[in-house]
Design a protein around this ligand. Structure first.
Ligand SMILES: Cc1cc2nc3c(=O)[nH]c(=O)nc-3n(C[C@H](O)[C@H](O)[C@H](O)COP(=O)(O)OP(=O)(O)OC[C@H]3O[C@@H](n4cnc5c(N)ncnc54)[C@H](O)[C@@H]3O)c2cc1C
Length: 341
């Protein structure tokens, strides 16, 4: 089967490597240059472990990171690691056409997708495919061009994140605040990363109290984060966002299938988006290896993944908070930004 993978992020690279292990030679198209990524702390959930183990990557990632909630069999609920370690390891030995952007889908007269139009350093080109896999993230253009719907649910809260060059003794801690939102952090050997939910107030208001007030609030609400958050020196190191959950009622249409963030995005307290995306890639690689019929492969992929992914979507704590149960007011010391006066 001729497979074109749109997007060479964590999920696209995992899929390419898993397909190659099964004897296929997919074409991977990535719009960014090689090695380009945003350095950040990362919590790799156990959902992705089997695929990475099969690729021979897991032991190395364990060695480079720190285990979150270790289990007696030597595994763990998750691994905290700098995301670049994982990306570089996955890209090793996988041919990728970097600086190539998928700009269109080719169709036969029946409307079936038969390939992609792509823009690269040498100009525009067309690549024929039996199956185009959308691994191009939450804003997936391929999904949109294929006419697959995406339902977005903006979370009720804003989120503020920090990344510090200082690791902490504890590898992970998370606490729920009295209004059901949460605060958490994790630490890998070279640093630490924290996030908290709070009122949607825009970046300017979120950073207005200043870095000293921010650090003090974190130390009060989540004491194990102290060494890490104290490594911050400026509000420029704080990232404010207003996240949204994403779900797609259908994951495929003839000739195109959605995988990873292009198919679903979960709230921050699940810590599961990447692990589940890598497991999607594992299932699709296996489905493609077992049949020459792309539609049969997509149907098998959907049958295997729906019982795993749909419950995560339905039970996402962020989504539960949107369902309208009365939410108590946060205690004054939990408010961010703090009330004036
Ligand atoms: C700040 C932050 C922190 C996160 N922390 C965690 C965490 O701790 N744990 C966790 O499990 N998840 C986390 N996530 C989510 C996690 O990063 C994603 O689930 C994971 O990267 C899987 O993504 P993906 O490969 O499906 O998509 P992406 O990582 O978005 O990759 C998509 C790729 O497609 C490329 N692309 C897009 N459009 C085109 C096009 N038209 N043509 C060619 N290429 C294209 C992009 O350049 C990109 O490389 C975090 C996300 C963010 C933003």
């Amino acid at each position: 089967m001729r497979v074109v993978i749109a997007g060479g992020g964590l999920v696209g690279l995992s899929l390419a490597a898993l397909l190659r292990l099964r004897g296929a030679e997919p074409v991977v198209l990535e719009r960014m240059p090689p090695g380009d990524y945003i350095r950040r702390g990362f919590m790799l959930g156990h959902q992705g472990f089997h695929a990475l183990d099969e690729l021979g990557v897991l032991a190395d990632i364990r060695a480079r990171g720190r285990a979150i909630a270790p289990t007696p069999d030597g595994s763990s609920a998750a691994i905290a690691v700098e995301v670049g370690s994982l990306l570089h390891r996955l890209a090793d030995g996988v041919p990728v056409r970097y600086r190539h952007t998928v700009t269109g889908l080719l169709r036969d007269p029946s409307g079936r997708v038969t390939g992609v139009a792509v823009d690269g350093p040498d100009g525009a080109a067309e690549i024929a495919a039996d199956l185009v896999v959308a691994c191009d993230g939450t804003r997936s253009r391929v999904r949109e061009m294929a006419g697959l719907a995406a339902e977005r649910a903006p979370l009720a809260e804003g989120k503020i994140e920090w990344m510090s060059p200082v690791p902490t003794d504890e590898v992970f801690a998370m606490a729920y605040l009295s209004n059901g939102s949460h605060i958490g952090f994790f630490s890998w050997p070279e640093g630490s990363f924290g996030w908290r939910m709070h009122d949607r107030c825009g970046r300017e208001a979120a950073v207005a109290p200043g870095i000293a007030a921010f650090i003090a609030a974190w130390e009060r609400l989540l004491p194990p984060s102290s060494a890490g958050v104290r490594g911050l020196t400026s509000t420029d190191e704080l990232r404010y966002s207003e996240d949204e959950l994403l779900t797609c009622p259908e994951w495929w249409t003839p000739g195109v299938v959605l995988v990873g963030d292009a198919a679903h995005f979960f709230g921050p307290e699940t810590g599961a988006s990447a692990g589940i995306g890598i497991a999607d890639a594992h299932a699709l690689a296996q489905a493609v290896a077992t049949t020459a019929d792309p539609d049969a492969a997509c149907a098998a992929y959907t049958a295997w993944r729906a019982p795993v992914v749909r419950p995560y979507e339905a039970m996402d704590p962020g989504r539960r908070r949107l369902l309208g149960a009365p939410i108590p007011e946060p205690r004054p010391e939990e408010r961010w930004p703090p009330p004036a006066g």
